[in-house]
Write a protein that binds this ligand. Structure first.
Ligand SMILES: [Fe+2]
Ligand SMILES: [Fe+2]
Length: 176
């Protein structure tokens, strides 16, 4: 499939808020950098990074479902497929897995998951160390980001979807 990146970017810009579009470009940039570093298809990382939040804060999202932190990963996959014409299953899986991961994370999945968390506009304590780790060890940084997300849910009394627990358990069992 030939992906027209410029037309994707233009369409995305029209449906997202300014801030969400900027975050998408930032995430794309980190994803491309990590893809080069870890030998992952750069075009797939670029498209998945760009479109990972295509259903977040967009008008299209409202048509598909109510705004939800968790759901935008699933509606994002659907939107990437139906509205942006993406049929590459690896890209679609990376979009779907960017919030809670999955039990069998590909390198591309890990890259998008991490890039979303460390892009240049993010700012929280300990982020510099995570960014450095991202340059050194993709598996290690993926684990740290996953831990941070689960800790955040615990710290802020949020519901923890079982999908993220499954991702964690799969990671631990794999490394036993
Ligand atoms: Fe997201
Ligand atoms: Fe995001």
């Amino acid at each position: 499939m030939k992906i027209d990146i410029l037309s994707i970017e233009n369409k995305l810009k029209k449906i997202l808020t300014v801030a969400r579009f900027r975050h998408s470009l930032n995430t794309r940039d980190v994803a491309v950098k990590l893809a080069l570093k870890y030998g992952v298809d750069v075009n797939k990382a670029l498209v998945a990074g760009l479109l990972h939040d295509c259903a977040k804060e967009s008008k299209e999202q409202i048509k598909l479902d109510k705004a939800s932190v968790v759901l935008h990963a699933f509606t994002g996959r659907k939107l990437a497929q139906e509205y942006f014409g993406i049929d590459d299953l690896e890209i679609l899986q990376a979009i779907e897995s960017h919030v809670m991961g999955n039990e069998n994370m590909s390198l591309l999945d890990k890259i998008v998951f991490v890039s979303d968390f460390i892009e240049k506009d993010r700012n929280f304590k300990g982020l510099d160390e995570i960014r450095i780790l991202a340059e050194q060890d993709l598996d290690a940084v993926f684990k740290v980001v996953l831990m941070q997300k689960i800790k955040y849910l615990l710290d802020y009394n949020k519901v923890i979807c079982e999908d993220i627990i499954k991702t964690w358990n799969a990671l631990i069992v794999k490394n036993l």
